[in-house]
Design a protein around this ligand. Structure first.
Ligand code: 7RM
Length: 651
């Protein structure tokens, strides 16, 4: 195909990857397919175990209703011995965490020896605060090394962490604290982002008002701002962690013990707490990080995500540290102090692997090439993207302008549920195509299905499912296994349904077309339309609300809210402002509506289901392509909506 981009010579040079070309990929893929247990048991050996596992997968999709499947169930380990101890022994002076603060040039370099002492001190402090194996700790922090240290310290005790992104509101934080039954919260006085302060402790205090389950709040001092203090509950990090011993005997965990819970939005109801395990998750994060990016000992690896999302877990903390890499943690934003910040970071730290989201690439491309070209990017070898489909224009800009044609682009498709990358180029091996996540990794069996569950063969477009479990897959939803089964396995029994649509071309390359359910992806933030709607109908003047996504040039998707007001109510700027405030309070600052439209009614089926297909078309401005509306309970609603759109929209 003419738009295939060969792997640039610089990416192949010096690679010692076991997968050097597509023949190697095919061999590995077939090996994993024919003997998945053998393949994954071999990959598991890359970790440090107290007792090596002797078995791979037990159970599967056909028995998932009865209970979770497992990987490596008889293995015993503590993940921090793989992520910290063995590197502190072998490469004590290698930088583990390279931290770039909000202010340009504000840098901390934490070696593996130092990281080991920090994690052990923190583990000792958490143990003294009463945190025990199996108990949950919520982390509500910014991008400081102490966030990674706190995650690892929980893991060292066999406790389960749940990181809540620092942009979530007090209400969202409280929901998560309750849902997982957290004993402890770890936060900081304030975060710093783009020259501004984020009041993390104040939000924590609001979230915990009246909550008695949380016994202790550990507070890292980042800015020194004055914060509220609850006696007997709040404890300063520098008082208890710094004073604790740098030695700590890690707690032995079963491979299937939970490592963390991470909440994510679905098409219905409240966010679900997906549960990831110690042995399988770490094996998968480590393997995929090493293979996809073709990690080398001297790499300076930078993933520009937030630890509050799965990308931060797998590809800032667990994967890179398991592999003994130098992982960069970035506290700021791509636009602070200007649109050159990423490339300034690349230049100063000589970053070799750079991993970010399409929304950031588009936002930066829009600022012009000068911000990029005035910085030296010659250290770069691999450029990654994740979070949403990347449009070919943005891909080209990333390849040509940022990478100067010398770097391979790895467009990595995966999800919170998958724990790690499933479909992506392997840097030295896979010729790319702009906009395609390309081929499945070894051990991954994607299938495309039609809505009736028939498998599509050859080039086709359909619903993306995965046919077999892999070690990194989430095992359950915390406290609600039935919901896990209903969400992922009910539609196509015997398969994992991803919620994404996908096109597979004649060469087997995968092109993700986006969500086919009611999940929004705005600037890489995953949010449920149901969460928006339930917040909006909580407002007195609003009778009904339907939220859909529409194409947005920078954010990928914008949020379009259709509102039906109560009898006698009128739309006003004040009301729309109240909608935004309500969303900020109920969900977080990232949950904003881009466009509102007040309408007399919503299009519904005879059974009363809102027809989102129609609202999506209308939001895209394609009202002329509505297609068949004969199933509508009241076809007149559509013409009423159309005249409302052309009239005063109160935007
Ligand atoms: C890692 C992450 C998952 C959803 C997923 C997709 C979309 C992610 C890509 C992508 C096209 C990609 N976890 N998505 N990566 N779509 N190409 N390379 O993003 O749970 O927050 O979101 O994101 O729709 O289902 S997530």
């Amino acid at each position: 195909m003419s738009d295939t981009v060969p792997v640039p010579a610089r990416v192949r040079e010096g690679s010692v990857s076991p997968i050097q070309d597509l023949n190697d990929w095919r061999r590995a893929w077939l090996q994993a397919r024919n003997d998945p247990d053998g393949f994954w048991l071999e990959q598991a050996r890359a970790l440090r175990w107290r007792r090596l596992p002797s078995e791979g997968l037990v159970g599967g999709y056909d028995t998932v209703r009865e209970g979770p499947f497992s990987w490596f169930h008889d293995g015993i380990l503590n993940v921090t011995e793989s992520c910290v101890d063995r590197h502190a022994e072998a490469t004590p002076d290698k930088v583990a965490i390279l931290w770039e603060g909000d202010a340009p040039g504000e840098v901390r370099r934490i070696t593996y020896a130092e990281l080991s002492a920090m994690v052990n001190r923190c583990a000792n402090a958490l143990a003294r605060l009463g945190l025990k194996k199996g108990e949950r700790a919520i982390l509500y922090m910014g991008m400081v090394p102490e966030a990674a240290v706190a995650m690892l310290a929980c893991a060292r005790l066999g406790a389960v962490h749940s990181v809540v992104f620092g942009g979530f509101s007090a209400e969202a934080l409280r929901d998560r604290v309750r849902d997982c039954g957290a004993e402890l919260v770890i936060t900081q006085d304030e975060g710093r982002r783009g020259g501004r302060s984020v009041p993390l402790k104040a939000v924590t205090d609001a979230a915990l008002e009246g909550e008695h389950g949380v016994k202790k709040v550990l507070v890292f001092r980042r800015t020194g701002a004055k914060v509220g203090w609850t006696a007997h509950r709040d404890v300063w990090w520098h008082e208890v962690v710094d004073a604790a011993s740098p030695e700590h005997e890690a707690v032995a965990c079963g491979a299937e013990d939970p490592l963390f819970i991470l909440y994510t939005s679905g098409s219905t109801g409240r966010p679900k707490g997906l549960v990831h395990t110690c042995g399988g998750y770490l094996t998968y994060a480590s393997y995929t990080h090493r293979v996809v990016f073709d990690l080398r000992p001297d790499d300076v690896y930078a993933c520009l995500a937030d630890v509050g999302w799965i990308t931060g877990h797998s590809y800032i903390v667990y994967g890179p540290l398991a592999n003994g890499a130098t992982t960069l943690m970035f506290e700021s934003t791509p636009l602070y102090p200007d649109a050159g910040r990423y490339w300034d970071v690349v230049e100063r730290h000589k970053v070799t692997i750079f991993y970010t989201a399409p929304t950031a690439i588009r936002a930066l491309a829009a600022q012009g090439d000068d911000f990029v070209t005035r910085h030296d990017r010659s250290s770069l070898r691999v450029l990654g993207t994740v979070g949403e489909p990347i449009n070919p224009d943005a891909w080209r800009w990333y390849f040509d302008v940022v990478g100067e044609g010398r770097c391979n682009i790895v467009d990595t498709w995966w999800q919170t549920e998958t724990g790690g990358i499933l479909i992506a180029p392997i840097a030295p091996a896979t010729p790319t195509r702009p906009g395609s996540a390309t081929l499945p990794l070894p051990g991954v069996r994607p299938q495309l299905l039609d809505p009736d569950g028939r498998e599509l063969r050859g080039p086709s477009q359909g619903l993306l499912c995965i046919a077999e479990p892999w070690p990194g897959q989430a095992r359950t939803v915390w406290g609600d296994h039935a919901r896990y089964v209903a969400t992922y396995y009910a539609m196509f029994p015997g398969r994992y349904f991803t919620g994404d649509g996908c096109l597979r071309d004649a060469d087997g390359y995968h092109w993700i077309t986006g969500r086919v359910d009611d999940v929004l992806n705005v600037s890489g933030h995953r949010m449920g339309t149901a969460e928006f709607e339930s917040a909006l109908v909580g407002i007195e003047e609003i009778a009904e609300a339907a939220v859909v996504g529409y194409p947005h040039p920078v954010k990928g998707q914008g949020v379009f809210a259709w509102l039906v007001l109560q009898e006698g109510e009128e739309c006003s700027q004040a009301l729309l402002q109240r909608c935004q405030t309500t969303l900020r309070v109920r969900i977080g600052a990232h949950a904003r509506v881009d466009r509102f439209q007040v309408v007399p009614g919503l299009p519904k089926t005879r059974s009363g289901k809102v027809m989102r297909r129609i609202l999506r078309k209308l939001a895209e401005g394609r009202g002329d392509e509505l297609g068949d509306v004969s199933t509508l309970a009241d076809a007149e609603v559509v013409s009423a909506i159309l005249s409302a759109i052309s009239g005063d929209s109160c935007e």
